[in-house]
Design a protein around this ligand. Sequence first.
Ligand code: MRU
Length: 382
Amino acid sequence: MADQNVRPSAGGVPPALSVLRWAEPPEGPAVVLLDQTRLPAEEVELVCADVPALVRAIRTLAVRGAPLLGIAGAYGVALAVARGDDVAMAAELLDRARPTAVNLGYGVRRAVRAYQEAVGKGADAGPAAAAVLAEARALHREDAEASGRMARHGLALLEELLPDGDGHRLLTHCNTGALVSGGEGTAFAVALGAHREGRLRRLWVDETRPLLQGARLTAYEATRNGMPYSLLTDNAAGSLFAAGEVDAVLIGADRIAADGSVANKVGSYPLAVLAKYHHVPFIVVAPTTTVDPGTLDGASIVVEQRPAAEVTEFMSPGAGAVGQEGGGLPVAPEGTAAYNPAFDVTPPELVTAIVTEEGAVSPVTGAGLAALCARSSQVTIS
Ligand code: MRU
């Protein structure tokens, strides 16, 4: 089914993306996603009518990116309650779908808590379902608000760090825009803000191997927003830094440990090393919901390992098979073993600043991060 909401309007200005929505009966109950495996070729909705379907969508990256995973997890619990499914089992399935993005478990636990509170007050099935859906909607809304605030703090930091020159040349990795958020995203939202203020000279977009979130998704979002951007292979970043073409790196995060270590899409850590060597600010933009005080340091972060086929095969154009074994074009001999971590971890000493909706911490220290999170109005879930 084509998503009416993402078709360009007659005036040529694309309307806001509808990346995730809740569908009421008779269409639902369902969680309806813009299928990110099909972008940029097709804007197609994926209807998840039960939790196993949503878990598949999460695993295959039809829905992805830390904040959006949290939102999807919360709506997933709402879906289980609305269907009368076993809520504890649904929550466990959702929570385990991907291990690194802390927001997924956060969203699931928030929704489960809302369910338990409703049931504890004697709510029947209908009111309990309404309470969980309201919690999912609240998280969705809060993430949108956090996105706007992160953009403002990030822009202020850029102006402070890069006061001179005729516009910023910003390098980004993976996809951190509206496709991962209730709002306009994290790192990408800062670049978009710079663009709207006429301060973006160029957005350098890493293609982000192996699943090309940069090429397929960030370039798609940059095009929709009319931003000046160039796509590069991940391994071209070094020569770009050496040529003095990067003023700052802006990335998101999937989990930030208590000491300020940042897990993000694989390839982020090499960028941080390059940035340090070339004296370029390396800025992480993430909501406080991505900070996990329960994970003490970078070594304690569980990094998701993905199927070898994502490396030994290249996606077939239009196949929509990203993340599915056997769906792509083989680029290595059959049976080739692959190392395919989805994320890597950047230590705090390589991070110039972490920007959240509550402001920025720089230098990055555990104490500074804790103080920032203490100011947050985000719901705390143990
Ligand atoms: O594997 P993905 O596509 O879910 O990875 C997403 C990222 O690494 C993003 O950079 C991260 O979630 C931050 S998005 C705000």
